[in-house]
Ligand binder design. Structure first.
Ligand code: G7M
Length: 373
C-alpha cells in the first residue's frame, strides 16, 4: 500500500508524478487532447497500479490579450513567445509557437492505487446500450452495484468537510434539502468557459436517479435554484446558460448533479448518459414514482462484469447478420460505436481498435472503439 501522509484532514497517499513508470497507454484522445496512462510509482510500490491522466488545458481569453492595461497576466503575445516558421506562402503562414511556461499547463489527475475497475473505466472498449426495466434494475443492476461499486469515501470526505473544503462554492447544510456545490475533479478551476461543478446532496441513500421520487422534489428544486444563484454570484454566469444533469448509470452511487455551461461540450453530456435536472423535476411532478416505473437506457462497456450479468438475461453482444448477406440468420458479434470519452464522462472520439467480425463481407473490419466511463 502507498505511503500515507498525515494532514489536518484525512490521510492521503503521496507520490511524485515525475517518478511515474509507464506500463501501457489506456487511451489517447486526440479531440480532448488527453491521454490516460497505466503504470506504477516504483518508489512506493512495484505492484500497486496508478492511473495518470493528462489533459491540455483550454485557452483563457486573457491568454491572448494584447492589452497593456490588463494586470500583468501572461499572454501568448509577449517577448517570451518562441516562434519557428514552417512556411509562409502568399497570404498563408504556418508556425510552431511555444508560449511562456505559465501558459503550458497540463491538467493532471492521478488515481493511486487504482483498482481493476478504474483501469476498465479509463480503457478503450466497445459499448452497448441496455434498456433497464424496473425488474432488470431489481434483479441485475441493484445487486451488482450493492456488491461492486466504487468507494464513496471521497464524497463523504467532502460532505464531512475533511477534504476539498477550501474549494466549496456554496453549501446548504439542511439534511433533507441541502447540498455542497464545488468544482468537479475534471475542472482545472482556471477557466470559467469550461466551468464544471458538482452539487452533492447531504442526504444519504439516494443512490441515483432510480431512487428519486416525489418526496425529493424540494431537494431537487432547491439544488436547481440555489446552485444557479451561487454560480451567477461567484462566476457571473447567466443561469439560462447552465446545463444541470444527472448521469445514469453514475460512477458513484450518492446523488450528485453535474453543472456546466451549455456552450461547452463537457465530457459525459451525451443523451445515452445524461438526464437534465429540469426534465427529472418535471417527470416527478407529473408522476411521483416515475423513476421506479420507467425503463431507463444506459451504456455498459466491454470488460464490465455487469455486462456479463446482462448477457445471461438478454442478448447484448450478438446481432443477427443482415438477411441479404446470409441464407439464414446467424449470430455475429455486435459492433457499436457510441460516442463518449473519459470517465464519467467523455467524448472519446474515434480511437480505433481492431475487432474481428464474423460477417461474410468484409471478413475483417476496423471498428471504432470508444473510451469507457
Ligand atoms: O458519472 P458520475 O455522475 O458518477 O460522475 C462523478 C463525477 O465526480 C465525475 O465528473 C468526476 O470527475 C467527479 N469526481 C470524482 N472524484 C473521485 C472526485 C473527487 O475526488 N473530487 C471531486 N471534486 N470530484 C470528483
Amino acid at each position: 500500500m502507498p505511503e500515507q501522509v498525515e494532514n489536518s484532514e484525512v490521510k492521503s497517499p503521496t507520490y511524485d508524478i515525475s517518478k511515474f513508470r509507464l506500463k501501457r497507454i489506456l487511451q489517447n484522445n486526440s479531440v480532448r487532447k488527453s491521454i490516460a496512462l497505466l503504470g506504477t510509482f516504483p518508489d512506493l510500490s512495484e505492484t500497486d497500479d496508478a492511473i495518470v491522466v493528462f489533459e491540455k488545458t483550454a485557452y483563457q481569453e486573457s491568454d491572448v490579450s494584447t492589452s497593456k492595461e490588463l494586470p500583468a497576466k501572461p499572454s501568448y503575445f509577449s517577448a517570451e513567445l518562441k516562434v519557428d516558421t514552417e512556411f509562409i506562402n502568399n497570404i498563408y503562414g504556418s508556425f510552431q509557437v511555444v508560449p511562456s511556461p505559465d501558459l503550458c499547463g497540463v491538467k493532471s489527475t492521478v488515481i493511486y492505487p487504482a483498482t481493476d475497475k478504474h483501469v476498465e473505466k479509463y480503457s478503450i472498449c466497445q459499448k452497448y446500450l441496455i434498456r433497464e426495466t424496473p425488474d432488470l434494475y431489481e434483479s441485475t443492476t441493484l445487486p451488482y452495484i450493492n456488491l461492486s461499486q466504487f468507494s464513496l469515501e471521497w464524497v463523504y470526505n467532502i460532505l464531512e468537510h475533511k477534504k476539498e473544503t477550501e474549494r466549496i462554492v456554496f453549501e446548504d447544510n439542511d439534511p433533507e434539502t441541502g447540498f455542497i456545490l464545488l468544482p468537479d475533479l475534471k475542472w482545472d478551476g482556471r477557466n470559467v468557459e469550461n466551468l464544471y461543478l458538482l452539487g452533492i446532496v447531504h442526504k444519504h441513500n439516494i443512490k441515483s436517479l432510480r431512487d428519486l421520487n416525489g418526496n425529493h422534489l424540494p431537494l431537487l428544486r432547491n439544488m436547481r435554484q440555489s446552485a444557479k444563484d451561487a454560480i451567477s454570484k461567484r462566476y457571473g454566469l447567466n443561469p439560462h446558460q447552465l446545463r444541470m444533469y444527472f448521469h445514469y448509470q453514475p460512477s458513484f452511487y450518492h446523488l450528485h448533479v453535474h453543472i456546466n455551461p451549455i456552450r461547452n461540450d463537457a465530457p459525459g453530456i451525451w443523451c445515452e448518459k445524461s438526464h437534465m435536472l429540469d426534465t427529472v423535476i418535471s417527470n416527478l411532478e407529473l408522476l411521483p414514482d416515475f423513476y421506479q416505473r420507467a425503463t431507463l437506457p444506459f451504456v455498459l462497456y466491454e470488460g464490465n462484469k455487469l455486462l456479463d450479468l446482462y448477457e445471461e438475461k438478454i442478448t447484448v453482444r450478438s446481432v443477427a447478420a443482415p438477411i441479404s448477406d446470409s441464407k439464414e440468420l446467424e449470430k455475429v458479434p455486435a459492433v457499436e460505436s457510441s460516442i463518449e470519452g473519459f470517465s464519467d464522462d467523455d467524448p472519446g472520439e474515434r480511437e480505433c481498435k481492431r475487432l474481428k467480425l464474423a460477417t461474410p463481407e468484409p471478413k475483417e473490419a476496423e471498428v471504432p472503439a470508444q473510451a469507457c466511463a
